[in-house]
Design a binder for this molecule. Structure first.
Ligand SMILES: [Fe+2]
Length: 246
């Protein structure tokens, strides 16, 4: 059994199409989505329509929730860019996502099993970068899940962790946003994967164990660069053209 796991698409429909083509090329038919689906300066409505048509199991990301849990005037910039582009059918679809799901024995969550907005495998370190968490802190957030494998996203940092006597945890990385800058804190927080590629993961059950491929798909970001420029989203343009932020 092979499952392709997408996360943090953030409205980047060109990256999504590149990933879907790569999944088809590999002959994989089962796809899941781990949330943070449309927020950002790109094509939120187009991305939502494409994914609604595909009808794949999806869990809720913090940025999905933030499109309906507060008035538009209190939304962050990533949501403010897209809220007016989204129709009622899109919002209804975002509201339908559960916090967690289990598909064929594989546990899905956006950030951790308990929260949609907590960094899990990595945390915001003192030097404004993501730092790998130590084992007790990772294990403490695993929520006693009995599934042998947990798929997550949120940090946009692809990583595979195996907990001793516990599940394998796979962070798929981000389909649509390979780097970001958080200017709400000082010094500004930076996450960067170092490549502009669209990231996703394929997990497969082989000889009694789960294994994971962390995949990086190159694509032409020209259309998305145009949209980012229209929104004045300079850092997003840099992210999808270089993968670097600092
Ligand atoms: Fe997130």
């Amino acid at each position: 059994m092979r499952i392709a796991a997408l996360s943090d698409i953030h409205g980047n429909i060109t990256a999504l199409r590149a990933v879907l083509a790569d999944i088809e090329r590999r002959g994989i038919t089962k796809i899941v989505n781990l949330g943070d689906t449309v927020s950002g300066p790109f094509d939120a409505a187009g991305t939502a329509d494409l994914l609604m048509q595909l009808d794949i199991p999806t869990v809720r990301g913090n940025h999905d929730r933030q499109l309906f849990d507060r008035p538009a005037s209190e939304m962050g910039r990533w949501e403010a860019w897209v809220i007016d582009d989204l129709a009622d059918r899109h919002i209804g679809w975002l509201k339908s996502f559960p916090l967690t799901l289990e598909v064929d024995g594989v546990f899905l969550c956006h950030a951790t099993p308990a929260k949609d907005d907590e960094n899990w495998l990595d945390y915001r370190g003192p030097d404004d970068r993501l730092i790998t968490r130590d084992l007790p802190d990772v294990a403490a957030r695993s929520g006693g899940i009995k599934a042998p494998i947990i798929l997550c996203g949120h940090t946009h940092a692809p990583r595979v962790v195996r907990l001793p006597n516990g599940p394998m945890v796979v962070n798929t990385g981000s389909v649509g946003c390979p780097a970001y800058l958080d200017i709400r804190c000082e010094p500004h927080f930076v996450q960067q994967t170092g490549a502009p590629d669209a990231r996703y993961a394929v997990v497969e059950f082989v000889a009694g164990r789960w294994q994971a491929d962390l995949i990086a798909v190159p694509y032409d970001p020209t259309d998305m660069v145009k949209l980012a420029r229209e929104k004045g989203a300079d850092s997003w343009e840099r992210a999808i053209t270089t993968g670097w932020m600092a």
